[in-house]
Design a protein. Sequence first.
Length: 243
Amino acid sequence: MAIIETEATLHEAHRDNHTHRDVNGGWLRPAVFGAMDGLVSNLALMTGVVGGAVSHQTVVITGLAGLAAGAFSMAAGEYTSVASQRELVEAELDVERRELRKHPEDEEGELASLYESRGVEAGLAREVARQLSRDFEQALEIHAREELGIDPTDLPSPLVAAVSSFGSFALGALLPVLPFLLGVAALWPALLLAFVGLFGCGAVVARVTARTWWFSGLRQLALGGAAAGVTYALGTLFGTVVG
């Protein structure tokens, strides 16, 4: 009796804890990439301009222009990329859909062979394939998963990707320009705010990966800081040469 109760408790605990995060959503990658790109690119752009010893007004205009241009570029690029990927997937699904209608027996045999190759007994594999093939949409979904490695019910949305990219890039790009918008003339407040944002973005990303928050945060901080340092040096050099 105690053994049965222990097993039941374990099964219940397994059901309570065995959940997975959404790893196929169309918003996470463009949102993370957009925020990181906005921070790094606009920070690098502005430090390069500041290194060239330009006016406060020029720095602000450059930062805002970089924000707008980058956000629209990211949104357009993500929309086109995801839409093209989705159209390719849908075209392949149409091919599979036609094959299922024209050669249902061959497709059923193909599915049975696949299960056999994974260790299922031949008779059982054929029976499983037969039962799964009775419903056309279910058969299409299974073939798509097994042959194409995709879930036809969970395709990424181009609009979601574009909006995520636009908003996250704009938010990231705003951080380094914000102190200048508030009237600060020195570079260090913008650097401090941007570095905090870089570390924070990296730490947040670590929540959906296997990395520790501090490692991910420091890695992003180092990459962004390196980009800012290089562009500042180039801006100083170019400003001296042009001047």
